[in-house]
Design a protein around this ligand. Structure first.
Ligand code: FAD
Length: 302
């Protein structure tokens, strides 16, 4: 059996595996797609000490760093079941069952897409999902935020301090964000909120140049010229496969303590799949290190 089996090969998983391997214990990683979300990222400017890099380049560095150690990397395989017996069992979609004394879950998350024309085409060319990451790229420009929940309204407040103007498009007839956030939003001079707006298309040539929406009450089609669209309609953790085996919150995020431990002894978790309030590369890597040290401590004591 493994001492530490990491499920997920993004920044959190790579970090967890390296920390485990450096203890000289038997370490493996199972990943559906080694690299994770950063494979879909263009510019990264907030990975501290690296002024600017690109997602695929950072993913290649992760892989290289992992290969420096004796880590059994199983790429392009998906875990489908976790069961705690004497050891912890991870069943893969190909039918194999891996056994380990401890497991670190780092299966990440995915942004919910609107699913309209232009969204996929202009990804990283004006369509963005992370205001902390991509906000500064739109300095002085006009942008829209699609989604009027807490994350959408927080994004709009954040962006209003950087960009020229923000339009918030909400499908329902009112914003769903906490009232304190809404008050803050409404106090800003360069923000406009449009409710009852169904996004129809993100337009552009090389880059985004506008957004088309349907005014749901009148059925009329409207177009706004802008340079960027931030999609904020939810971040979904990749944790459905866990069922009831590990405690999760109502969003599906795995609950962890300060050592990355879940409610199941020997099972740890890190990164975007957990209830960590902020989802960033640098945070995921730190959480991976924490979970790995937590798992090592668990192994020493059991
Ligand atoms: P992920 O990167 O999501 O990795 C999850 C891993 O688990 C993957 O290997 C996946 O294939 C695997 N997996 C999932 N399910 C299973 C399963 N059942 N079995 C086996 N493996 C599985 N953050 C920044 O800090 N700066 C940025 O500039 C930035 N830009 C971003 C731009 C975009 C377009 C996106 C989408 C995200 C961006 N982020 C950025 C966020 C950042 O990418 C994430 O916070 C980070 O990747 C989370 O790392 P993670 O390891 O927790 O999860």
């Amino acid at each position: 059996p493994f001492d530490v089996l990491v499920v997920g090969g993004g920044p959190a998983g790579a970090s967890a595996a390296i920390y485990a391997a450096r203890k000289g214990i038997r370490t493996g990683i199972v990943a559906e797609r080694f690299g994770g979300q950063i494979l879909d990222t263009a510019a990264i400017e907030n990975f501290i000490s690296v002024n600017r890099t690109e997602g695929p380049k950072l993913a290649a560095s992760l892989e290289e760093h992992v290969k420096d150690y004796k880590i059994d990397v199983m790429n392009l395989v998906r875990a489908k079941r976790l069961e705690k017996k004497d050891l912890i069992e991870i069943e893969l979609e190909n039918g194999a069952v891996l056994k380990s004394k401890s497991v670190i879950l780092s299966t990440g998350a995915r942004w919910r897409n609107i699913g309209v024309p232009g969204e996929a085409e202009f990804r990283n060319k004006g369509v963005a999902y992370c205001p902390h990451c991509d906000g500064p790229l739109f300095e002085g420009k006009d942008v829209a935020v699609v989604g009027g929940g807490n994350s959408g309204v927080e994004a709009a407040i954040d962006l209003a301090g950087i960009v020229n103007h923000v339009t918030v498009l909400e499908f329902n007839d009112e914003l769903k964000a906490d009232s304190v956030l809404q008050e803050r939003l409404h106090s800003l001079p360069n923000v406009k909120v449009i409710t009852n707006a169904q996004t129809k298309e993100i337009t552009g040539t090389d880059n985004v140049n506008g957004i088309t929406y349907i005014e749901r009450e009148s059925g009329e089609e409207k177009h706004i010229e802008l340079a960027g669209v931030f999609v904020q309609i939810g971040l979904v953790p990749n944790t459905d496969w866990l069922g009831d085996s590990v405690e999760r919150n109502k969003f599906g995020e795995i609950l962890v303590d300060k050592r990355g431990a879940t409610n199941v002894p020997g099972v740890f978790a890190a990164g975007d799949c957990t209830d960590s309030p902020f989802k960033q590369i640098i945070i995921s890597m730190g959480a991976g290190a924490t979970a790995s040290l937590g798992a090592f401590d668990y192994l020493v004591r059991n």
